[in-house]
Design a protein around this ligand. Sequence first.
Ligand code: ADP
Ligand code: MG
Length: 335
Amino acid sequence: MTNLLELRNVSKVYTRGLTHSNPTIALRETSLTLKDDEPTILTVAGESGSGKTTLAMLLLGFIDPTVGEILYKGRNIRSLTGSERMAYRREVQAVFQDPFAVFNPFYTVDHLLTVPIRRFKLAKSKTEARDRMEEALTAVGLRPEDVLGRFPHQLSGGQRQRINVARALLLRPRLLIADEPVSMVDASLRANILETLRNLQRDYGVSIIYITHDLTTAYHIAKSIVVLYRGGVMEAGDVDSVIKSPQHPYTQLLVDSIPWPNLDQRWGEHAIIARESGLHDPGACPFMPRCPKAMDICRNRPPLFQITPHQAAACYLHDKLPSVDAERLSELLPA
Ligand code: ADP
Ligand code: MG
Protein backbone atom coordinates (compact mmCIF):
# COMPACT_ATOMS: atom_id res chain seq x y z
CA MET A 1 0.00 0.00 0.00
CA THR A 2 1.43 3.34 -1.01
CA ASN A 3 0.94 6.58 0.87
CA LEU A 4 -0.31 9.44 -1.23
CA LEU A 5 0.44 12.09 1.33
CA GLU A 6 2.00 11.95 4.74
CA LEU A 7 2.59 14.45 7.51
CA ARG A 8 5.48 13.36 9.69
CA ASN A 9 5.56 14.95 13.09
CA VAL A 10 4.70 18.36 11.68
CA SER A 11 4.54 21.55 13.72
CA LYS A 12 3.77 25.01 12.42
CA VAL A 13 4.70 28.03 14.47
CA TYR A 14 3.78 31.55 13.38
CA THR A 15 5.83 34.40 14.72
CA ARG A 16 5.18 38.09 14.34
CA GLY A 17 7.58 40.83 13.31
CA LEU A 18 11.33 40.88 13.43
CA THR A 19 11.54 39.97 17.09
CA HIS A 20 9.53 36.76 16.56
CA SER A 21 7.54 37.66 19.64
CA ASN A 22 4.33 35.93 20.69
CA PRO A 23 4.76 32.79 18.67
CA THR A 24 1.55 30.91 17.92
CA ILE A 25 1.80 27.15 17.70
CA ALA A 26 -0.86 26.69 15.05
CA LEU A 27 -0.23 22.96 14.67
CA ARG A 28 1.72 20.75 17.00
CA GLU A 29 3.56 17.49 16.34
CA THR A 30 0.96 16.08 14.00
CA SER A 31 1.35 12.92 11.95
CA LEU A 32 -1.20 11.84 9.40
CA THR A 33 -1.13 9.37 6.55
CA LEU A 34 -3.43 9.34 3.54
CA LYS A 35 -3.30 6.18 1.51
CA ASP A 36 -3.49 6.20 -2.26
CA ASP A 37 -5.64 3.11 -2.65
CA GLU A 38 -8.23 3.44 0.12
CA PRO A 39 -10.42 6.45 -0.63
CA THR A 40 -11.90 7.78 2.58
CA ILE A 41 -13.45 10.86 4.10
CA LEU A 42 -11.68 12.27 7.12
CA THR A 43 -13.09 15.17 9.07
CA VAL A 44 -10.82 17.62 10.82
CA ALA A 45 -12.96 19.44 13.37
CA GLY A 46 -12.37 22.16 15.91
CA GLU A 47 -13.30 25.70 16.80
CA SER A 48 -12.03 28.70 14.95
CA GLY A 49 -8.29 29.12 15.59
CA SER A 50 -7.64 25.45 16.27
CA GLY A 51 -5.26 25.05 13.30
CA LYS A 52 -7.53 23.51 10.67
CA THR A 53 -6.67 25.88 7.84
CA THR A 54 -3.00 25.67 8.76
CA LEU A 55 -3.22 21.89 8.35
CA ALA A 56 -4.92 22.34 4.95
CA MET A 57 -2.27 24.81 3.75
CA LEU A 58 0.52 22.46 4.84
CA LEU A 59 -1.01 19.49 3.00
CA LEU A 60 -1.39 21.63 -0.11
CA GLY A 61 2.22 22.75 0.13
CA PHE A 62 1.19 26.43 0.36
CA ILE A 63 3.15 26.88 3.58
CA ASP A 64 6.18 25.06 4.96
CA PRO A 65 6.25 23.23 8.27
CA THR A 66 8.41 24.73 11.02
CA VAL A 67 9.34 21.22 12.16
CA GLY A 68 8.75 17.86 10.52
CA GLU A 69 8.19 16.92 6.91
CA ILE A 70 5.46 16.38 4.36
CA LEU A 71 5.83 13.54 1.91
CA TYR A 72 4.05 13.00 -1.39
CA LYS A 73 4.39 9.37 -2.51
CA GLY A 74 7.26 9.01 -0.12
CA ARG A 75 9.20 12.11 -1.23
CA ASN A 76 9.53 15.36 0.65
CA ILE A 77 7.34 17.90 -1.17
CA ARG A 78 10.14 20.42 -0.99
CA SER A 79 12.38 18.30 -3.15
CA LEU A 80 9.93 17.20 -5.84
CA THR A 81 11.20 17.46 -9.39
CA GLY A 82 9.23 19.12 -12.20
CA SER A 83 7.00 16.24 -13.21
CA GLU A 84 6.53 15.00 -9.64
CA ARG A 85 5.58 18.50 -8.56
CA MET A 86 3.08 18.72 -11.40
CA ALA A 87 1.54 15.39 -10.35
CA TYR A 88 1.30 16.55 -6.73
CA ARG A 89 -0.30 19.84 -7.83
CA ARG A 90 -2.85 17.90 -9.84
CA GLU A 91 -3.59 15.07 -7.43
CA VAL A 92 -4.11 17.18 -4.32
CA GLN A 93 -6.84 19.75 -4.85
CA ALA A 94 -8.56 22.29 -2.64
CA VAL A 95 -12.03 23.69 -2.22
CA PHE A 96 -12.17 26.69 0.07
CA GLN A 97 -14.80 28.33 2.17
CA ASP A 98 -15.52 31.32 0.00
CA PRO A 99 -17.17 30.17 -3.21
CA PHE A 100 -16.24 33.51 -4.81
CA ALA A 101 -12.55 33.33 -3.99
CA VAL A 102 -11.32 31.67 -7.15
CA PHE A 103 -13.64 33.53 -9.50
CA ASN A 104 -12.54 36.51 -11.49
CA PRO A 105 -15.76 38.51 -11.97
CA PHE A 106 -14.87 39.30 -15.59
CA TYR A 107 -14.48 35.73 -16.75
CA THR A 108 -17.14 33.16 -17.46
CA VAL A 109 -17.40 29.71 -15.91
CA ASP A 110 -15.98 28.27 -19.15
CA HIS A 111 -12.81 30.27 -18.68
CA LEU A 112 -12.43 29.20 -15.07
CA LEU A 113 -12.65 25.57 -16.13
CA THR A 114 -10.48 25.90 -19.24
CA VAL A 115 -7.47 27.28 -17.36
CA PRO A 116 -6.68 24.08 -15.44
CA ILE A 117 -7.34 21.96 -18.53
CA ARG A 118 -4.69 23.94 -20.42
CA ARG A 119 -2.27 24.18 -17.55
CA PHE A 120 -2.24 20.44 -16.96
CA LYS A 121 -2.69 19.58 -20.66
CA LEU A 122 -5.74 17.48 -19.89
CA ALA A 123 -7.32 17.57 -23.35
CA LYS A 124 -6.02 17.22 -26.88
CA SER A 125 -8.79 19.16 -28.57
CA LYS A 126 -11.51 21.72 -27.86
CA THR A 127 -14.12 18.99 -28.08
CA GLU A 128 -12.28 16.88 -25.56
CA ALA A 129 -11.92 19.88 -23.23
CA ARG A 130 -15.64 20.53 -23.53
CA ASP A 131 -16.40 16.88 -22.72
CA ARG A 132 -14.21 17.02 -19.61
CA MET A 133 -15.94 20.18 -18.44
CA GLU A 134 -19.40 18.73 -18.97
CA GLU A 135 -18.46 15.52 -17.23
CA ALA A 136 -17.12 17.37 -14.17
CA LEU A 137 -20.15 19.68 -13.98
CA THR A 138 -22.54 16.75 -14.26
CA ALA A 139 -20.62 14.87 -11.55
CA VAL A 140 -21.30 17.68 -9.07
CA GLY A 141 -24.98 17.82 -9.93
CA LEU A 142 -24.96 20.81 -12.29
CA ARG A 143 -26.44 20.91 -15.76
CA PRO A 144 -23.71 22.24 -18.06
CA GLU A 145 -26.22 24.27 -20.10
CA ASP A 146 -27.29 26.07 -16.91
CA VAL A 147 -23.86 27.37 -16.01
CA LEU A 148 -21.52 27.43 -19.01
CA GLY A 149 -21.25 30.88 -20.54
CA ARG A 150 -22.29 32.57 -17.32
CA PHE A 151 -20.47 35.07 -15.17
CA PRO A 152 -19.99 34.43 -11.42
CA HIS A 153 -22.60 36.99 -10.35
CA GLN A 154 -25.18 35.19 -12.47
CA LEU A 155 -24.85 32.07 -10.33
CA SER A 156 -26.21 31.18 -6.90
CA GLY A 157 -23.83 30.59 -3.99
CA GLY A 158 -24.56 26.88 -4.16
CA GLN A 159 -23.82 26.78 -7.90
CA ARG A 160 -20.56 28.65 -7.39
CA GLN A 161 -19.39 26.22 -4.75
CA ARG A 162 -20.33 23.27 -6.98
CA ILE A 163 -18.32 24.80 -9.78
CA ASN A 164 -15.35 25.01 -7.44
CA VAL A 165 -15.75 21.32 -6.73
CA ALA A 166 -16.11 20.61 -10.47
CA ARG A 167 -12.96 22.58 -11.15
CA ALA A 168 -11.04 20.46 -8.66
CA LEU A 169 -12.59 17.30 -10.06
CA LEU A 170 -11.55 18.12 -13.63
CA LEU A 171 -8.01 17.34 -12.59
CA ARG A 172 -8.99 13.83 -11.45
CA PRO A 173 -7.45 14.42 -8.03
CA ARG A 174 -6.68 11.65 -5.56
CA LEU A 175 -7.31 13.93 -2.60
CA LEU A 176 -9.64 16.87 -2.13
CA ILE A 177 -9.07 19.19 0.78
CA ALA A 178 -12.31 20.98 1.53
CA ASP A 179 -11.86 23.75 4.10
CA GLU A 180 -15.29 24.70 5.49
CA PRO A 181 -16.78 24.24 2.01
CA VAL A 182 -20.37 24.83 3.05
CA SER A 183 -20.04 27.44 5.77
CA MET A 184 -20.85 30.27 3.36
CA VAL A 185 -23.53 28.38 1.49
CA ASP A 186 -27.23 28.65 2.41
CA ALA A 187 -28.20 26.11 5.03
CA SER A 188 -30.76 24.63 2.66
CA LEU A 189 -28.05 23.69 0.16
CA ARG A 190 -25.46 22.35 2.57
CA ALA A 191 -26.71 18.80 2.77
CA ASN A 192 -26.84 18.69 -0.97
CA ILE A 193 -23.26 19.81 -1.53
CA LEU A 194 -21.98 17.46 1.15
CA GLU A 195 -23.86 14.64 -0.55
CA THR A 196 -22.04 15.57 -3.75
CA LEU A 197 -18.70 15.31 -1.97
CA ARG A 198 -19.64 11.92 -0.63
CA ASN A 199 -20.54 10.74 -4.12
CA LEU A 200 -17.14 11.84 -5.39
CA GLN A 201 -15.48 9.64 -2.83
CA ARG A 202 -17.72 6.70 -3.74
CA ASP A 203 -17.86 7.06 -7.54
CA TYR A 204 -14.48 8.59 -8.35
CA GLY A 205 -12.36 7.16 -5.53
CA VAL A 206 -11.31 10.59 -4.33
CA SER A 207 -10.24 10.87 -0.69
CA ILE A 208 -11.59 13.92 1.06
CA ILE A 209 -10.34 15.86 4.03
CA TYR A 210 -13.40 17.69 5.20
CA ILE A 211 -12.55 20.58 7.50
CA THR A 212 -15.32 21.99 9.66
CA HIS A 213 -16.20 23.66 12.95
CA ASP A 214 -19.52 21.85 12.79
CA LEU A 215 -19.67 18.30 14.13
CA THR A 216 -23.15 17.71 12.74
CA THR A 217 -21.95 17.87 9.15
CA ALA A 218 -18.95 15.73 10.10
CA TYR A 219 -21.28 13.06 11.33
CA HIS A 220 -23.16 13.00 8.05
CA ILE A 221 -20.25 12.88 5.69
CA ALA A 222 -17.17 11.34 7.25
CA LYS A 223 -15.88 7.95 8.24
CA SER A 224 -13.25 9.16 10.66
CA ILE A 225 -12.49 12.31 12.59
CA VAL A 226 -9.61 14.20 14.15
CA VAL A 227 -10.58 16.84 16.73
CA LEU A 228 -8.12 19.71 17.06
CA TYR A 229 -7.82 22.27 19.82
CA ARG A 230 -5.14 24.96 19.75
CA GLY A 231 -3.11 23.00 17.27
CA GLY A 232 -3.21 19.71 19.15
CA VAL A 233 -5.12 16.50 18.50
CA MET A 234 -7.59 16.07 21.38
CA GLU A 235 -9.43 13.05 20.10
CA ALA A 236 -9.46 10.91 16.98
CA GLY A 237 -11.11 7.83 15.59
CA ASP A 238 -14.18 6.45 13.97
CA VAL A 239 -16.73 9.27 13.56
CA ASP A 240 -19.64 7.29 14.97
CA SER A 241 -17.84 6.45 18.22
CA VAL A 242 -16.29 9.89 18.67
CA ILE A 243 -19.57 11.74 18.19
CA LYS A 244 -21.85 9.30 19.99
CA SER A 245 -19.43 8.61 22.80
CA PRO A 246 -16.88 11.44 23.02
CA GLN A 247 -14.12 10.73 25.53
CA HIS A 248 -12.32 14.07 25.71
CA PRO A 249 -14.00 16.89 27.66
CA TYR A 250 -13.40 19.18 24.68
CA THR A 251 -15.14 16.84 22.25
CA GLN A 252 -17.92 16.47 24.81
CA LEU A 253 -18.34 20.24 24.79
CA LEU A 254 -18.49 20.29 21.00
CA VAL A 255 -20.97 17.43 20.92
CA ASP A 256 -23.15 19.10 23.57
CA SER A 257 -23.54 22.08 21.28
CA ILE A 258 -25.05 19.93 18.53
CA PRO A 259 -28.82 20.30 18.31
CA TRP A 260 -29.33 16.54 18.46
CA PRO A 261 -33.10 16.24 18.09
CA ASN A 262 -32.90 18.02 14.76
CA LEU A 263 -29.73 16.44 13.55
CA ASP A 264 -30.98 16.35 9.99
CA GLN A 265 -32.33 19.86 9.69
CA ARG A 266 -30.30 22.33 11.61
CA TRP A 267 -26.74 21.74 10.63
CA GLY A 268 -24.23 24.40 11.23
CA GLU A 269 -26.48 26.88 12.97
CA HIS A 270 -24.59 26.60 16.22
CA ALA A 271 -21.20 27.99 15.38
CA ILE A 272 -18.98 27.83 18.41
CA ILE A 273 -17.31 31.05 19.33
CA ALA A 274 -13.55 30.82 19.75
CA ARG A 275 -12.30 31.66 23.17
CA GLU A 276 -8.75 32.78 23.69
CA SER A 277 -7.96 32.05 27.27
CA GLY A 278 -5.26 34.46 28.34
CA LEU A 279 -2.02 33.04 29.62
CA HIS A 280 -1.41 29.50 28.70
CA ASP A 281 1.36 27.12 29.64
CA PRO A 282 2.62 25.50 26.42
CA GLY A 283 3.66 22.38 28.33
CA ALA A 284 0.17 21.79 29.73
CA CYS A 285 -2.93 20.30 28.18
CA PRO A 286 -4.14 23.14 25.94
CA PHE A 287 -7.73 22.60 27.06
CA MET A 288 -6.88 22.78 30.78
CA PRO A 289 -7.96 26.44 31.27
CA ARG A 290 -11.46 25.64 30.01
CA CYS A 291 -11.79 22.08 31.22
CA PRO A 292 -14.44 21.28 33.82
CA LYS A 293 -12.49 18.15 34.78
CA ALA A 294 -8.98 19.63 34.96
CA MET A 295 -6.61 17.95 37.43
CA ASP A 296 -3.08 18.71 38.62
CA ILE A 297 -1.58 16.19 36.27
CA CYS A 298 -2.97 18.17 33.29
CA ARG A 299 -0.07 20.58 33.72
CA ASN A 300 1.83 18.01 31.68
CA ARG A 301 0.51 17.56 28.20
CA PRO A 302 -1.25 14.20 27.98
CA PRO A 303 -0.51 11.64 25.26
CA LEU A 304 -3.33 10.00 23.34
CA PHE A 305 -4.84 7.12 25.30
CA GLN A 306 -6.38 4.29 23.36
CA ILE A 307 -10.07 3.85 24.23
CA THR A 308 -10.85 1.28 21.52
CA PRO A 309 -8.96 0.18 18.39
CA HIS A 310 -10.68 3.09 16.62
CA GLN A 311 -10.81 5.81 19.24
CA ALA A 312 -8.24 7.66 21.30
CA ALA A 313 -8.35 10.77 23.48
CA ALA A 314 -5.54 12.96 24.81
CA CYS A 315 -6.87 13.17 28.33
CA TYR A 316 -5.68 11.80 31.68
CA LEU A 317 -9.21 10.68 32.51
CA HIS A 318 -8.16 7.64 30.49
CA ASP A 319 -4.65 7.16 31.82
CA LYS A 320 -5.33 3.59 32.88
CA LEU A 321 -5.47 2.71 29.20
CA PRO A 322 -2.40 2.24 27.01
CA SER A 323 -1.09 5.35 25.30
CA VAL A 324 -0.78 5.58 21.53
CA ASP A 325 2.28 6.87 19.75
CA ALA A 326 1.16 10.14 18.10
CA GLU A 327 2.97 9.10 14.93
CA ARG A 328 0.52 6.23 14.59
CA LEU A 329 -2.57 8.40 14.67
CA SER A 330 -3.71 7.23 11.24
CA GLU A 331 -3.97 3.64 12.45
CA LEU A 332 -6.92 4.73 14.60
CA LEU A 333 -8.81 6.07 11.62
CA PRO A 334 -10.94 3.53 9.77
CA ALA A 335 -10.64 3.78 6.00
P1 ADP B 1 -8.69 27.51 11.97
O1 ADP B 1 -8.69 27.31 10.50
O2 ADP B 1 -8.97 26.28 12.77
O3 ADP B 1 -9.60 28.64 12.38
P2 ADP B 1 -5.99 28.56 11.62
O4 ADP B 1 -5.14 27.46 11.10
O5 ADP B 1 -6.47 29.57 10.66
O6 ADP B 1 -7.21 27.94 12.44
O7 ADP B 1 -5.20 29.32 12.77
C1 ADP B 1 -4.56 28.65 13.85
C2 ADP B 1 -3.82 29.67 14.70
O8 ADP B 1 -2.75 30.24 13.96
C3 ADP B 1 -4.68 30.85 15.14
O9 ADP B 1 -4.30 31.21 16.44
C4 ADP B 1 -4.33 31.92 14.15
O10 ADP B 1 -4.51 33.21 14.71
C5 ADP B 1 -2.88 31.64 13.86
N1 ADP B 1 -2.50 32.03 12.48
C6 ADP B 1 -3.02 31.53 11.34
N2 ADP B 1 -2.40 32.07 10.25
C7 ADP B 1 -1.47 32.92 10.73
C8 ADP B 1 -0.49 33.78 10.13
N3 ADP B 1 -0.34 33.84 8.80
N4 ADP B 1 0.31 34.52 10.95
C9 ADP B 1 0.18 34.44 12.29
N5 ADP B 1 -0.71 33.66 12.93
C10 ADP B 1 -1.52 32.90 12.17
MG1 MG C 1 -9.93 28.07 9.02
